[in-house]
Design a protein around this ligand. Structure first.
Ligand code: HEC
Length: 122
């Protein structure tokens, strides 16, 4: 009789003390257990493009007053401003200015910022 041994997928999020992008804090051990993998490629890039870059892209023809230095073109940009993205979108609910994010988007954004972004763009 054959038994199929499935290797346990290693939790990608560990408190390893490694360098993180933008010096973001690593998540606490266990804080991200069981959460879906949410990455720049799978979520962050598209989310920022759709919801933010209309005003914030370095190439935006009309910024509607968005500060020049606040751009989200690359994952490194996102790393460097992760705390401000969290503050304005998730804490203050003041970006995008017109609102309209779904609860799913908010949950995915939170997961990405806390659990996966620190390990990206290195
Ligand atoms: C319709 C245009 C527009 C869109 C879309 C938009 N912003 Fe902004 N953003 C602004 C303007 C105008 C300011 C400057 C005024 C202010 O800070 O409220 C700004 C400022 C900011 C700042 C810098 C100020 C701070 O608190 O650090 C951040 C960070 C920011 N936006 C994040 C975002 C994110 C993240 C999104 C997408 C989820 C987004 N914005 C979408 C117009 C926009």
């Amino acid at each position: 009789m054959w038994f199929l041994l499935l290797a346990c997928a290693k939790d990608p999020v560990i408190d390893s003390g490694i360098e993180t992008c933008g010096d973001l804090p690593e998540p606490e051990i266990g804080a991200c257990d069981g959460l879906p993998v949410v990455t720049w490629q799978g979520f962050g890039h598209g989310f920022l493009l759709t919801q933010c870059q209309g005003c914030h892209a370095s190439t935006a023809p009309e910024r509607y007053g968005a500060p020049e230095g606040v751009v989200f073109d690359t994952v490194e940009d996102a790393c460097g401003q992760a705390d401000r993205i969290r503050a304005r979108v998730l804490d203050d609910d003041s970006m995008p200015p017109a609102g309209g994010l779904t609860e799913d988007e908010r949950v995915l954004l939170s997961t990405w910022l806390d659990c996966f972004l620190p390990y990206e763009g290195l």
